[in-house]
Every structure is written in structure tokens, then in C-alpha cells.
Design a binder for this molecule. Structure first.
Ligand SMILES: *[C@@H]1O[C@H](CO)[C@@H](O)[C@H](O)[C@H]1NC(C)=O
Ligand SMILES: *[C@@H]1O[C@H](CO)[C@@H](O)[C@H](O)[C@H]1NC(C)=O
Length: 129
């Protein structure tokens, strides 16, 4: 950039200390490098951040949507996940028939290779399965 831009950037940085620079051209085809630079900075300086948002400078960002604590927490976690899904407008779908089993089944390698979940095994049984 020209001298005027550089002075503006230096002023911004001395006022707010919020600029990060790296050694590549800021072009459309280098946006991946720019994003990686941001992720690297975040992982180094904000290791405990619970979320990070990358947005362009011309984006309206409704901050209320970034903080998902409008629901009261209840102690039945299955139900709470359902309540969260409902609040997000995610509809229920039936699981594929027979692939999620609430009851124990005798292990069979061929059968189990086509199941997603089967309940109620002891730790040593799970190791064998
Ligand atoms: C990306 O930045 C590098 C380093 O400044 C530069 O050599 C290269 O031409 C840039 N690539 C693109 C696609 O702009
Ligand atoms: C991140 O969390 C760890 C573990 O709670 C803590 O030791 C560390 O000081 C925190 N780092 C920052 C930058 O807050």
C-alpha cells in the first residue's frame, strides 16, 4: 500500500493495537493464508476462547446469536438436546429401522457391521466386540 494507507494503519494500530500483519500480499487468492494467520494468532493468544468468528468488515453480525444461553438447563440430557434442536428449528427424523438398538443383541460380526448402535454391554464385552 501507499504511504497514506501505511500511516492510517499505524494510527489504527497505535490507537487500538488490533492489527496483525504477515509477509504475503493481501489478495483474493491469498485469503486462505490470511485465514490461517488469524487462526494461528487465535490459537496462540486466545487458547481458551470458546468460539471465534471470522467476518468481513462489511458484515452485520448479530452478537445475540453467538451466545446460545437462552434455554434453561435441565438435568435430563436427552430431553435437553431435544429442546435445543427444537429451539434451533431442527425437525425430528426417524432413525433408519433397526440400526439404533436400545436393547442388547448377541454379537455377530456380520450383523454388527451394519448397525450404528447397540446398548447395554459391560466394558469387557465392548472390548471383545
Ligand atoms: C500471495 O502472497 C505471496 C507473498 O506475498 C505472493 O508472492 C503471491 O503472489 C500471492 N499470491 C496471490 C495469488 O496473490
Ligand atoms: C487457559 O486455561 C488454562 C486451564 O484452565 C489456564 O491454566 C490458562 O491460564 C488459560 N489461559 C489463558 C490465556 O487464559
Amino acid at each position: 500500500g501507499g504511504g497514506a494507507v501505511r500511516l492510517t494503519l499505524e494510527e489504527e494500530n497505535s490507537l487500538h493495537g488490533d492489527l496483525i500483519q504477515q509477509d504475503f500480499m493481501d489478495t483474493y487468492n491469498n485469503l486462505t493464508l490470511k485465514t490461517l494467520m488469524g487462526m494461528e494468532w487465535v490459537s496462540k493468544h486466545c487458547p481458551n476462547a470458546s468460539y471465534v468468528v471470522k467476518a468481513d468488515s462489511d458484515v452485520f453480525l448479530n452478537l445475540n446469536y453467538l451466545v446460545a444461553q437462552r434455554l434453561s438447563v435441565i438435568n435430563m440430557e436427552d430431553c435437553f438436546v431435544g429442546i435445543c434442536m427444537h429451539a434451533l428449528g431442527i425437525g425430528l427424523t426417524d432413525s433408519p429401522w433397526g440400526m439404533f438398538n436400545m436393547y442388547r443383541l448377541e454379537y455377530n460380526a456380520c450383523r454388527f457391521s451394519r448397525l450404528v448402535m447397540v446398548h447395554h454391554y459391560q466394558p469387557d464385552e465392548l472390548l471383545n466386540i
